[in-house]
Write a new protein. Structure first.
Length: 366
């Protein structure tokens, strides 16, 4: 037999998920609507906890528009560029009473902030990273903190102490990890001393002598055999129409990661990919009388952007692809913020658009 080994989006998606950065669970995937689990964390943290699940990123923006959410503290994210329907995100961020952004650069989202806190990059801090194979490793700093920058955990603890909240008395990053590991089953028993230079695989019942569990669920799942759940096909929220006959899908570039907060500051990467573009099938381009590097307008029901077109057979006929890293031609101006009802993931990969030759190349360049 075999198992699944998904390729996650970033190097620590697994670790962030393990730590509880999902709105329906506490650390180690312990459900927040489980009374026994909630009581355990209430005892550990010394305060009552809300039994209701939290909100996903897009749901938070919707809440801000309704004034149900009046303040945000955003750490290491750039939702003004990365979230769908950018014009709605602008309205949501502008509607907040108070916004704190903690990041290593002045991002597009930070321009909305009332307070900006200077954070540290992965080159400058200590912490653990967990890979998809469940290996927990220590990241160690290669550079000193610049200027007024501080470690993320130090900023959080200092704010907690200044606000008079208990539970923020940590003196070392090792102490933070120890509390986390002690409240989980899969990380329980692991310490920084155990992780060493090569790390350990969770779960690791005997970290003194073992590297950890190489194959998880080698014999059976905790509930027995695998569970097969029937799924019904659900069409996209927005389909092509005579006015918007093409399908837009968005994604990343090899050279520019996500919103380009770091990679667009690299001269080497910027030399390779330096301007916005839309990929279109050559046969569609021929029908429209377009050549490579011609200016086009791409419009959806939510907005429009102007950028150059490139011929590519990667998107099929009737589809176009735009990377979402470009602020000056932000793909998410076009995307729809409808959510999958189960995963709560927006439809970044499917919305209806119209592509037309730009009327004025000089105006397009502006």
């Amino acid at each position: 037999g075999t198992g699944l080994h998904p390729l996650r989006g970033q190097n620590n998606v697994q670790g962030a998920s393990d730590a509880g950065l999902i709105p329906i669970v506490y650390p180690d995937y312990q459900k927040c609507d489980d009374a026994a689990v909630r009581e355990k964390f209430e005892r550990a943290w010394g305060r009552p906890l809300d039994p209701a699940p939290g909100l996903t990123v897009v749901e938070i923006m919707h809440g801000a528009l309704k004034k149900a959410i009046r303040g945000m503290y955003i750490m290491g994210e750039n939702p003004f560029i990365s979230d769908p329907n950018s014009n709605k995100v602008r309205e949501a961020l502008s509607a907040l009473d108070f916004l704190v952004v903690q990041d290593i650069f002045l991002t597009e989202t930070a321009e909305f902030a009332d307070v900006i806190l200077p954070a540290s990059s992965f080159f400058e801090k200590t912490g653990t990273y967990t890979n998809t194979d469940r290996r927990v490793q220590i990241g160690r700093p290669a550079l000193a903190l610049p200027g007024d920058a501080r470690h993320d955990w130090e900023i959080t603890c200092e704010l907690g102490r200044r606000m008079g909240a208990p539970g923020f008395e940590f003196e070392r990053i090792e102490d933070v990890f120890a509390e986390f590991a002690g409240l989980t089953r899969n990380y329980n028993g692991l310490t920084y001393e155990h992780l060493g230079r090569t790390g350990k695989l969770w779960p690791c019942p005997d970290p003194e002598t073992s590297d950890g569990t190489i194959v998880l669920f080698g014999e059976q799942f905790p509930s027995g055999r695998g569970k097969f759940v029937p799924a019904e096909f659900a069409p996209a929220a927005e389909l092509p129409s005579p006015d918007y006959p093409m399908v837009l899908t968005t994604g990343r570039l090899l050279e520019h990661w996500h919103t380009g907060t770091m990679t667009r500051r690299s001269k080497a990467l910027g030399t390779i990919e330096h301007e916005p573009h839309v990929d279109m099938h050559p046969e569609d381009m021929a029908i429209m009388g377009l050549g490579d590097d011609d200016w086009v307008e791409v419009a959806s029901r939510r907005g429009s952007i102007t950028l150059k077109v490139r011929g590519s057979r990667s998107p099929g006929r009737g589809a176009v692809f735009i990377p979402f890293c470009w602020r000056e031609a932000a793909a998410n101006v076009l995307t729809i913020d409808e959510l999958d009802p189960y995963g709560k993931i927006p439809e970044f990969k499917f919305c209806a658009v119209r592509v037309t030759p730009a009327a004025d190349a000089a105006g397009a360049a502006q």
